[in-house]
Structure formats: C-alpha cells, structure tokens
Write a protein that binds this ligand. Sequence first.
Ligand code: G3P
Length: 218
Amino acid sequence: MKFFIDTANLDQIKEAQELGVLDGVTTNPSLMAKEGITGKDNILKHYVDICNIVDGDVSAEVVATEFKEIIKEGEELAELHEQIVVKVPMIKDGVKALKYFSDKGIRTNCTLVFSPGQALLAAKAGATYVSPFLGRLDDISTDGLNLIAEIRLIYDNYGFETQILAASIRHTMHVIDCAKLGADVMTGPLSSIDGLLKHPLTDIGLAKFLEDYKKGNS
Ligand code: G3P
C-alpha cells in the first residue's frame, strides 16, 4: 500500500518524507489556498518545491473544466516535473481528457469520485489513479469504505490497472480499513499516518525495558 500525504504544507511533507514511508503527495486548490499559495506562478513553483522534497508522485490539479483548457493546463503541469500526476475532475470533459492524457503517456489522477460508476469510467478512460473521497461520503451518512470495496471488486473483475487512491481520509482507522479492503494507495493528513505508530502497550513496554536496563547497569 502506498502512502501519500494530502497537503500542500511543506513542513508536513518534509516530516512525512523523513519518516521514510512516504510515496507521494496529493494537493488540491483548497489545500493550496490553505497554505496561502495563490497566483499561477506561485502555485506552479510550489508544485516543483514539493517534487523536490518527495521521491514519489505529486498530484497537481487542473482548475479548467472545458476539454481543450484541461489539456492545455494539464500539459503545462506535466511539463513542470517528471513526478507530476495531472489531477482531473470526474466530469464529462474530464473523462475525455483522461483518455487524451492516457494516450499521450501523461499520468493522471481522477478526482472527486463518489460512485462505482464514476470509478469504472475513470478506469475505462485509462486513469493512473482514481480518487474516491471516503470521508466526504461518511460526512453525509453514506458508507465511504463500501465505495472502496465496490471499486476494488469491479477493478479486479476486469483487471483494470487504475490504482485505487483512497482519498479524503480523515483518521488512522480509515487507513487500516482501506488497507484491509485492498486500496492501492491512501492519502490523508500527517496525523492519520502518525496515528499508526501509537499503542499504549508499546510505551509501557519500552518504559519497563529502559527501567530494567538502568537497574542492571547502574
Ligand atoms: O484528497 C482529497 C482530499 O483533499 C479531500 O479531503 O478532507 O477535504 O474531504 P477532505
């Protein structure tokens, strides 16, 4: 399972990278705005800064919604750095763009996916990644994890190579559940990764080991 961090915050990206388990980064226009990154030039530079911190894929989202504009913007993003994956929304022109990029060998991440049908379309169009937003489904009393399971079943039925990138992960249990369901990738906040570390018995056990060591070596 690949671990991506879902942020445009460079300090958090560095921290996750230093842990040694980071496989990539996802961003979106809201996450960019949260970090105060505005204006096209600043946004493009920020993507390059992120690519220079991590070894893996960095999703950069287009803001165009019309086919030709999506293509223009996506090609510009892909030119920025070899690690860039062009993030395209699940709309009709987005599906056409996924197919276009796929034929040209440009890697894509189909975002804002909320149903198995949308995920099937994204795979048919050759998306590299599909991003089902499980937290946002949970927010409206719909089982987000069930969507991950449904997409896994459909992709396995036909051998689609599109990777399931479980997105809108909010906490550590989402990570564990997605791993059980066979999501290829998870993207979440740093806290969702840090939470995997924690267990009180680890802390208690380590304290006892160190105490016993001190007793035996003092
Ligand atoms: O990767 C998608 C993600 O950024 C959305 O997360 O927490 O805004 O639903 P959230």
